[in-house]
Design a binder for this molecule. Structure first.
Ligand SMILES: [Zn+2]
Length: 356
């Protein structure tokens, strides 16, 4: 992959982390305000309970003053009634006195009501004060947490900014400007190309462009959404191909074949690549007698003996170094085993071609 693209992929990760940290840092004061609002509510409840108690006390005092006023009136009536001339006048004073006494009774009822409600008022105040105390503790705790979290995030952001500068430093200036512009506008600036598509906007890419992106030698941006494009090879497929190649390389070092076109009934041949040279050693397929060994220098047998291999049939021999071992003749059990692997065993030189 182009080194700029590798850096920009990392840069985008770092930029995205910085963005989410910054958003979280910025959200914290709002969170603190919210919990402080809760505190204000509890504070208001306390104030309200206190005010209610105060109001009750004030009206109790007022009522007591009213009683005093009524009592003063009664005293005054009594005094005046002692000097009245007529029975009617006397009765009138008595009427006033009893009216005042009824009033006093009414006011006393009101005072009693207030006194009875006082317990509930006190309980309400106590509850409100307890709630406020708990809320204050919670707010303090949350504020401390927010403060600590902000510090951690600020430190992380600082570290990421350091990484960011490092990543940016090696990238081509105009590519960097392009990245910044697209990131601002679209939120992502570099995306993967998969199945000939830009995964940013899903638009199909021209085959030539896609091939260039796969090659990784150039920096391309999507013609539709302007995002930079990169290609990630399928790791699984690559691993599998490597495995297959390794298996092939291993097996190709040494192979037993039946080659029908040579001699009377074909030959059993062992092909090998060794020390840069290719060799083909053949034995008569009927008798197992060694025939010849051919060596091609600086070659591999797949290429050097391509003509023989075209007609050859793969065989299995479970001994590794037969080539070294059997110089004159294949041992009978090996010969038999090889012959058994042919669909039609070579019976004698006059028989039909054994490979067919
Ligand atoms: Zn696109």
């Amino acid at each position: 992959m182009h080194p700029d693209l590798e850096k920009l992929i990392q840069l985008q990760k770092v930029d995205s982390e910085i963005a989410s940290l910054t958003a979280e840092i910025n959200a914290l004061p709002k969170h603190v305000k919210q919990i402080e609002a809760k505190l204000a509510k509890a504070q208001a409840r306390v104030e309200k309970a206190k005010a209610a108690i105060k109001a009750d006390e004030a009206s109790k005092r007022r009522h007591e003053q009213d009683i005093q006023a009524q009592n003063d009136k009664i005293a005054k009536f009594r005094e005046q009634s002692s000097s009245v001339k007529t029975n009617e006048q006397y009765k009138a004073f008595l009427g006033e006195i009893s009216f005042a006494e009824v009033e006093i009774g009414k006011i006393e009822d009101k005072i009693l009501e207030i006194m009875m409600a006082a317990d509930a008022r006190t309980a309400e105040l106590k509850a409100a004060e307890a709630e406020l105390k708990a809320d204050i503790a919670e707010v303090e705790r949350e504020k401390a947490e927010a403060h600590a979290r902000t510090e951690v995030m600020s430190r992380q952001t600082k570290e990421l900014n350091g990484q960011r500068e490092g990543l940016r430093s090696g990238v081509d200036e105009s590519t960097l400007q392009h990245y910044d512009r697209v990131l601002r506008g679209r939120g992502t600036a570099i995306v993967q190309a998969i199945d000939q598509r830009c995964t940013g906007c899903q638009v199909l890419l021209r085959p030539q462009v896609y091939n260039d992106i796969i090659s990784g030698n150039v920096v391309y941006s999507c013609e539709t959404c302007s995002r930079l494009l990169y290609f990630v090879p399928d790791e699984e497929a690559i691993a599998k191909a490597a495995e297959e190649a390794a298996a092939l390389a291993h097996s190709s070092e040494h192979a037993w074949m039946f080659v029908p076109g040579i001699g009377e009934g074909g030959v059993f041949a062992v092909f090998a690549n060794s020390k840069g040279n290719a060799s083909m050693k053949s034995y008569d397929a009927l008798t197992g007698v060694f025939l010849e060994k051919r060596v091609e220098k600086n070659a591999n047998y797949q290429r050097a003996f391509a003509e023989q291999l075209r007609e050859a049939r793969n065989l299995f021999v479970d001994e590794a170094n037969l080539e070294e071992m059997y110089k004159e003749q294949l041992p009978p059990e090996i010969l038999q085993d090889l012959q058994h692997q042919l669909p039609e065993r070579p019976a004698n030189p006059q028989a039909t071609s054994p490979a067919e």
